[in-house]
Write a protein that binds this ligand. Structure first.
Ligand SMILES: Cc1ncc(COP(=O)(O)O)c(C=O)c1O
Length: 398
């Protein structure tokens, strides 16, 4: 893989060639093909879809539905199980809200973990049923302690909802282990794929969760689009999440019946241009190959992890095993936000703070960390410059 070719696919580097972007876990930089497809959609192809009986509308409707098929093919499942939402966050809120109406009862329990992003915590706090959240603890490597599933699953357990990869430590969930426990008792599974999907091949037929969510913007794609995979059983069982145009069968002034299938969950004008743009991001992912992306980023990760481990005054959170290319750490005596601000002066972008994972921060007994995360455009030189900058900054601050 020729990295300079890859970098040239990201227009931001034309304007800012020395940018060292180490915050892909928050949102990835945008690939040219996606920007051009989005631009072309608005410039030349745009009309509302599904409704118009004129050529512009019908052509874009076909392109939109072809994109749904492309997303489904990428994940190795049927397009009938793909629901477009505005973000992964909305996807989890949709599942939580629908489960609360049709499936959960007061006193039920759902199992989450201390690695969860707030997007997989707060939707469960907000539902109107009085459920109990049972958290899985972490082992000495800050990975989910799967052994706890044995004691924590009981007759009240109605869902296991876990991150596929932690946005703080990069730890990848061993989903097969979780499945072994869950399937025995027929407990549905939700996987939050926000951090995993952009970096490694996802085969949902093989993984076989009940629900899978991720966001297009972390995958070199547009913001404003989340993908929710839902098994047929739940599509049939759940009632609509929101009401409005497109999700109906028949409407009278005081009552309505609803569409079946995924359409039931897509009320109103959908994120048309983001879906068209995301289809092009997937072309890029396929061109490079998601497993090549993983191997490349992990080489950078391992290189950075080793260099960071050599500092006596740096504490790394999480291990360097079973993970994706994210490292969280703190420098003794340096506040992470001062560190981030000083890196910014050197044209290095990292994320600092609690990373929307306050329970995990409390588990680590910190208020925040510094986090670096890699994308396909990063290089070994980025890591070297970053490490040199740590030496310079700590000389000034300590
Ligand atoms: C693990 C994880 N889950 C969920 C989310 C929420 O994604 P979004 O803000 O795109 O809805 C994020 C975003 O950082 C994340 O890292």
């Amino acid at each position: 893989m020729n990295i300079s070719n890859i970098k040239s696919r990201f227009p931001v580097f034309k304007k800012n060639p020395n940018l060292v972007f180490l915050d892909t876990a928050a949102s990835a930089l945008k690939v040219d093909e996606m920007i051009e497809a989005t631009n072309n959609c608005y410039s030349n192809e745009y009309a509302n879809i599904h409704r118009g009986n004129y050529e512009l509308s019908s052509k874009l409707t076909k392109k939109f539905e072809d994109a749904r098929k492309k997303v489904a093919d990428y994940l190795n499942i049927s397009e009938n199980n793909i629901i477009f939402v505005k973000s992964a966050t909305e996807g989890i809120n949709l599942v939580a809200s629908c489960m609360s109406k049709r499936y959960l009862n007061d006193g039920d329990e759902i199992i989450l973990s201390y690695l969860e992003h707030h997007a997989n915590l707060i939707p469960w706090h907000l539902i109107e049923k009085n459920i109990r959240i049972v958290p899985l603890g972490l082992n000495e490597n800050s990975e989910i302690n799967y052994n706890e599933l044995n004691n924590k699953i009981n007759s009240k357990t109605k869902l296991i909802s876990l991150t596929h990869m932690s946005n703080v430590t990069g730890s990848i969930t061993n989903f097969n282990k979780v499945k072994d426990f869950a399937k025995k008792d027929n407990i549905p599974l939700l996987l939050d794929g926000c951090q995993f999907a952009p970096h490694k091949k996802v085969d949902l037929k093989e993984l076989d969760p009940d629900f899978y969510v991720f966001s297009a913007h972390k995958m070199y794609g547009p913001s404003g689009l989340g993908i929710l995979y839902m098994k047929d059983k739940w599509i049939d069982e759940f009632s609509p999440y929101q009401g409005g145009g497109q999700m109906i069968n028949d409407v009278e002034i005081n009552k309505s019946t609803y569409a079946t299938g995924y359409e039931k969950f897509e009320a109103g004008t959908p994120p048309i241009a983001p879906v068209i743009g995301f289809s092009s991001s997937l072309n890029f992912m396929n061109e490079v190959d998601p497993n090549v992306i993983y191997d490349y980023e992990m080489k950078l990760h391992d290189y950075a992890y080793e260099k960071l481990s050599k500092f006596n005054n740096i504490k790394i959170f999480g291990s360097n095993k079973h993970k994706g290319a994210i490292i969280s750490f703190n420098i003794e005596g340096v506040h992470n936000s001062d560190f981030g601000a000083m890196l910014d002066k050197k044209n290095i972008a990292i994320r600092t703070g609690h990373h929307c994972c306050q329970p995990l921060m409390k588990h680590f007994n910190v208020t925040g960390t510094s986090r670096i995360s890699f994308g396909i455009y990063n290089t070994k030189e980025d890591v070297d410059y970053f490490i040199d900058s740590i030496h310079e900054i700590t000389k000034i601050l300590l």
